[in-house]
Design a protein around this ligand. Structure first.
Ligand code: SF4
Length: 486
């Protein structure tokens, strides 16, 4: 039986985690790699899984001994590094830790093979094996499940005959077989088993964490119909697929019973959970039968309706939208299919059903001058202080490879700078500078100003008129305050 170790690599900690490196709350566990673990187990492989992203929320040089000790327990024949097929954020930012992990595994067992699964194969192309991951043997393009059995044979002639879209290394040469692998029907895969998280829990307990309810996110659908220019970057992005009630029911049962009942489902991480109303109804019935209410799920302001919101009322505490900006010019250049008016309408619609409404915001998108930032900050203040929205979470813009903005950076006047590990939306460090706009350092300062304005707006809740007029700014003073950073 081939011994396979699947790992989720870790990212650099957020700014706050450099200030407090032992934050007690747990990062939500992304269970997407468990789909591959479950499939391989059903195919007869001996599989172990480690979510190193959860074990190492921050990683310092001194942690290398612990990483070696953990990986030393798994003398695997094949290491599979899994960085998620959909989330951009779990990819480029992980390159540094993937190499650390591979070095240790190869030191322990020099003949072990390494397979990479995730978005990076499409994002970076041949550069992935040539420059970034020089010790990976095979990088699968697209979703690995349909071809993983063939890939694990390491018979490259078979790869060609069976059209396995991938990159592979033979001697010092790198070969590419065209095509992108896709799971046509997720319902034909075995329902996810969650006991694969036992090893991760064990490692967390060893560093003193008392795990009673490890927060878990699941996926019920895949793909997104929109083409936001900072996000879409894979060939099958629009191919929407969903899990049916039968599979979801089995997965929820597995989740509840796994790891001695110490997992707690808290989030649905589908790109756009609200796309298909029949799907919402199916998930709702599974959740209600199992008394599950998650903390949040994602929707889009052009997609939400009163009927959908009403259906969601008993299964989620909040609905989160990608707001990104209050400026229509920025939303248009980002191809967001949205407007400030729709943002406000959607927020009111959700709140009228007594569900909390939150927005993600992006600091550093193209087309922003200082005056635009000031107007955006003013709108954010009103949205929060007047309780039109319940929360706004700002992120820095990251130029993820193979997105429209990344591929057209020269036309946009955007220079990409900074290290791979800083390509992290929640990290707080900007990795772009604009010829006719702000530099990366100035965008980083602006991100902190967004956090400051959000905090001030939170304090003002309940103390100001809900009809407060928006747009009253003092550009001269604003430039004075932050002048030395601009
Ligand atoms: S709607 Fe959301 S998930 Fe879809 S392309 Fe836009 S940002 Fe990405």
């Amino acid at each position: 039986m081939v011994k396979v170790l699947i790992v989720s690599p870790f990212r650099k900690g957020k700014l706050i985690e450099s200030v407090v490196s032992n934050i007690e709350n747990y990062e939500v566990v992304n269970t997407a790699p468990l789909q591959l673990c479950t499939l391989l187990k059903s195919q007869g492989y001996e599989v172990a899984y480690l979510s190193l992203q959860n074990v190492f929320r921050t990683f310092e040089k001194k942690d290398i001994d612990r990483l070696e000790e953990i990986l030393g327990k798994y003398l695997c024949e094949v290491l599979i590094v899994h960085t998620d097929y959909y989330m951009n954020n779990a990819n480029v930012a992980c390159l540094y830790s993937i190499n650390l992990i591979i070095d240790i595994v190869k030191k322990n067992r020099p003949n072990s093979k390494v397979i990479y699964c995730g978005k990076l194969t499409e994002m970076l192309g041949v550069d992935l094996l040539e420059e970034h991951l020089p010790k990976v043997d095979v990088a699968i393009r697209g979703e690995a499940e349909p071809v993983i059995k063939t890939v694990l044979e390491f018979n490259y002639e078979r790869y060609k005959n069976e059209c396995v879209g991938c990159l592979y290394r033979k001697g010092s040469d790198i070969y590419s077989i065209s095509g992108t692998n896709i799971i046509e029907d997720y319902n034909k895969l075995p329902p996810i088993e969650f006991d694969f998280l036992n090893e991760t829990i064990l490692e967390l307990e060893k560093i003193g964490k008392d795990i009673k309810a490890l927060p878990i996110s699941i996926r019920t659908s895949y793909g997104c119909p929109y083409s936001c220019r900072f996000c879409e970057n894979t060939e099958d992005w629009h191919k929407y697929r969903k899990k049916d009630k039968r599979i979801l029911l089995s997965e929820i049962r597995n989740l509840k019973e796994a790891c001695n009942n110490r997992l707690q489902l808290v989030f649905i991480s589908d790109e756009l959970f609200t796309l298909d109303i029949e799907h919402i109804k199916e998930v709702k019935s599974v959740f209600e039968d199992n008394n599950i209410i998650v903390n949040g799920l994602f929707s889009h302001v052009s997609d939400i309706t009163k009927e959908k919101v009403e259906l969601l009322r008993n299964i989620t505490k909040s609905i989160i939208f990608g707001g990104e900006s209050s400026l229509d010019s920025v939303l248009n250049i980002s191809n967001k299919n949205s407007s400030y008016e729709k943002i406000v309408e959607s927020a009111k619609l959700v709140k009228s059903s007594n569900i909390a409404v939150g927005f993600e915001w992006i600091v550093g998108l193209p087309n922003m001058r200082v005056e635009d930032y000031l107007l955006d900050l003013n709108n954010i203040y009103k949205l929060i202080a007047c309780e039109i929205v319940d929360f706004i979470e700002p992120y820095v813009f990251v130029p993820h490879p193979n997105t429209y903005f990344y591929n057209n950076c020269r036309n946009i006047g955007m220079t990409i700078c900074g290290k791979n590990e800083d390509m992290l939306e929640e990290g707080g460090f900007s990795t772009v500078s604009y010829k006719d706009g702000l530099s990366n350092k100035q965008i980083t300062v602006m991100y902190l100003i967004y956090r400051y304005v959000i905090e001030e707006a939170e304090k003002a809740k309940g103390h100001i008129s809900k009809n407060m007029k928006a747009g009253c700014v003092n550009i001269e003073d604003f430039k004075d305050y932050i002048g030395e950073f601009l």
